[in-house]
Write a protein that binds this ligand. Structure first.
Ligand code: BGC
Length: 259
């Protein structure tokens, strides 16, 4: 594979599984040295690191909770200490819960907001301080089709993804003169651990496929490929954009399949 990211240093949050792992592995294969962040699944992070190093790349596991300011500072510091710089931040860490709105507790709300939105804010601020000092960099925020598609019982989740869209666009504008591009990727139904319950139940699995014009679930690697493109110089004129990686799901949410 062409080494589009040779000499670059990346930090991917939530990279112990799913889209985060696939992204870390892809960036590593494209030549970047990768900080593989995890919060609790250290073994998962080690597996991601191993996949990268076995393919000839460089990676370290970096523990820390994206919603905690001091831990965010420590994560960025650890990557800069190890590799001397930071060029690419992928804000992938995210959580979701399903809650009918009238039963949603303040705690339910705050947990999802803390990781998905406040986490992205804290990570961006810390990483972009380094990037601006380096003369530039790239941020890719992991949004979702739910930055556009409303989804009952996902009020908190959808609100964070809508928030990520504006975080992306506002930062893209504020840093346009300082060499930092800020974009988002918006995955749809991807076969990852976050969707295990739906994937394991044939009915739910098929119901989701009906909502996707391409009629199938996506693979984490299909999302990772888009992150790698946005992170590379091939996307040198792309900022403030959201790239939907969803088999067409966000085009027509009530799609019922067929011709
Ligand atoms: C969510 C998944 C959901 C998908 C499509 C994603 O953002 O994480 O749980 O299946 O959107 O609705």
């Amino acid at each position: 594979m062409k080494q589009r990211l040779e000499g670059k240093v990346a930090l991917v949050t939530g990279a112990s599984s799913g889209i985060g792992r696939a992204t870390a592995v892809r960036l590593g294969r494209e030549g970047a040295a990768v900080g593989v962040n995890y919060r609790s699944d250290k073994d998962g992070a080690q597996t991601s690191v191993q996949e990268i190093t076995e393919a000839g790349g460089r990676a370290i596991a970096v523990g820390g909770d994206v919603s905690k300011e001091d831990e965010v500072k420590e994560m960025v510091r650890a990557v800069v200490e190890e590799y001397g710089r930071l060029d690419i931040l992928v804000n992938n860490a995210g959580i979701e819960t399903e809650r009918p709105f009238l039963e949603m507790s303040l705690e339910d709300w705050e947990k999802v907001v803390a990781v998905n939105l406040t986490g992205a804010f804290l990570m961006c601020r810390e990483a972009m301080r380094v990037m601006v000092g380096n003369g530039g960099g790239v941020v890719v925020n992991m949004s979702s089709v739910h930055q556009r598609i409303p989804w009952p019982h996902f009020t908190h989740y959808a609100a964070t993804k809508g928030g990520l869209k504006m975080l992306t666009e506002t930062l893209a504008l504020e840093f346009a003169g300082r060499g930092v591009r800020v974009n988002a990727v918006a995955p749809g139904a991807i076969a990852t651990p976050i969707n295990r319950e739906k994937l394991d139940d044939p009915e739910q699995r098929a119901a989701m496929e009906k909502l996707v014009p391409w009629g199938r679930w996506g693979e984490p690697e299909e999302v990772a490929a888009c992150v790698a493109f946005l992170a590379s110089d091939e996307a040198s004129y792309v900022t403030g954009a959201t790239l939907f990686v969803d088999g067409g799901m966000a085009l027509y949410p009530s799609f019922e399949g067929g011709e």
